[in-house]
Design a protein around this ligand. Structure first.
Ligand code: CTP
Length: 412
């Protein structure tokens, strides 16, 4: 789903310690490898009680390290060479025991030795997993505080069912969350680092009565792809959405329904933002009034006439904000057209005072609503036009941010 480039060719040391959550580590390992990372697994002795090194060797196609005194082919000292090569040390699951060792600088097995030898700029990510009482114990909490203070990143633990059958905090974060967190950490120095991006997604719903609404076919897929790509390129992202898709980890979600609600969410969110990408399909009209009760049929044949009024133009309001001296310095819109694509997009770019517009023919089967691909033409305020071939929505999102960065650079 998310862009795969962040993890491509990244060296990740995956430390696996002894807890029942190791079954999730195999999924994490597999996702990292599928995303192009080079994964070196280091297992503690306790971890091998739950699963054998063969599982991870089969997933990574690389030797699995368990022995501090292993002689490597190139006569390297294994813990030093692993630590030096790593772009990220991820320990999942991280047991209370390993956390205690890390917080006290112990190096009594290969994994803790790798952790101690990991040079300061290399990020470390822990996914703790243990019974609630162990997690809440002051010793563990103090250890975690110490590790966080040293800049160690932590994902989870979640609340849920534990190995003992009890419910409470201590359950390891789900593989998707752990992998997303790894992406976010590795994206920190990427080209959108430090930028605040607001994205809108989905078609707005304009209520007729408490059970009915007027809307459109927008699935929100393009907006979600934009939010994920911005996150993966290091941005801080707020996604204002009308749809209920799986929430991209690390992205702040604001759920709205109508155009009016979207406007009320966009204006405060963009006050401090750098970039706004309006991928939402905002309804131009809404029913003049929303009936308080469900509208009932009258007679056998009588129809229903709805009076519709204009909705606010969100991009125009943001442009006004910009003229008043605050709001994003760069706005990106979409032009969903069924005819005269370029002509209509050019006039929208101008009329809405946009920096960039992505024009797409929503009538095309492979580039419209609810599909994973899109074919867009990017028109920029500086007059440049870039016609892109059919590509995934993730790739389109990458192209949009390439163009955004080019415009930012040109604007100084
Ligand atoms: N948009 C908006 N507020 C609206 C309508 C649209 O902010 N009330 C934004 C959309 O999110 C999109 C861009 O404006 O980024 C263009 O939307 P589109 O529906 O293609 O254009 P319209 O403004 O509706 O113009 P037209 O009716 O001429 O198609």
């Amino acid at each position: 789903m998310a862009t795969i480039k962040v993890l491509e060719n990244k060296r990740i040391v995956l430390g696996v310690t002894g807890g029942i959550a190791v079954y999730k580590s195999a999924t994490i390992c597999s996702r990292l490898v599928q995303a192009g990372a080079v994964v070196d697994v280091v297992m503690t002795e306790a971890a091998q009680e739950f699963v054998t090194p063969l599982t991870f060797q089969a997933l990574t196609h690389r030797p699995v390290h368990t022995d501090m005194f292993e002689i490597t082919a190139r006569q390297n000292i294994v813990h030093i060479s692993l630590a030096d090569a790593a772009n990220l040390l991820l320990i999942a699951p991280a047991t209370a025991n390993t956390i205690a060792k890390l917080a006290n600088g112990l190096a009594d097995n290969l994994l803790t030795a790798v952790a101690l030898a990991t040079p300061a700029p290399t990020p470390i990510l822990l996914a703790p997993a243990m019974e609630t009482d162990m997690w809440l114990h002051p010793a563990t909490q103090a250890n975690m505080e110490k590790l966080r203070g040293w800049g160690v990143n932590v994902v989870g633990p979640a609340e849920g069912r534990l190995a003992s059958g009890a419910m409470g905090p201590g359950r390891m974060a789900e593989p998707d969350e752990v992998v997303s967190m790894a992406r976010i950490i590795l994206a920190r120095n990427r080209d959108l680092a430090g930028q605040r991006v607001v994205v809108t997604a989905g078609g707005t719903r304009e209520a007729i009565d408490p059970v009915r609404y007027v809307s459109n076919h927008s699935s929100g897929k393009m907006g979600y792809a934009i939010a994920e790509v911005a996150r993966d390129r290091g941005a801080q992202v707020i996604l204002i959405t009308t749809v209920n898709r799986p929430e991209p980890f690390g992205v702040e979600i604001v759920q709205v329904e109508s155009a009016q609600q979207m406007l009320e969410a966009v204006l405060p969110a963009t006050r401090e933002a750098d970039i706004l990408v309006m991928a939402a399909a905002v309804a131009d009209f809404r029913p003049k009034t929303m009936a308080e009760q469900k509208i009932k049929k009258k007679g056998d044949t009588q129809g229903l006439t709805l009076e519709m009024v204009r909705n606010p133009d969100i991009l125009a309001e943001v442009a006004n904000q910009k003229l008043a001296g605050y709001g994003p310095h760069l706005t990106v819109g979409f032009a969903a057209e069924t005819e005269d694509l370029i002509k209509n997009a050019k006039s929208k770019l101008k009329r809405k005072k946009l920096d960039l517009i992505a024009a797409n023919n929503v009538a095309a089967a492979d580039a419209g609503f609810a599909v994973d691909t899109n074919r867009v033409t990017l028109l920029a305020g500086d007059g440049s036009i870039e016609e892109l071939p059919l590509m995934s929505k993730i790739e389109v999102a990458e192209k949009i941010f390439d163009a955004v960065l080019r415009l930012e650079q040109a604007n100084g």
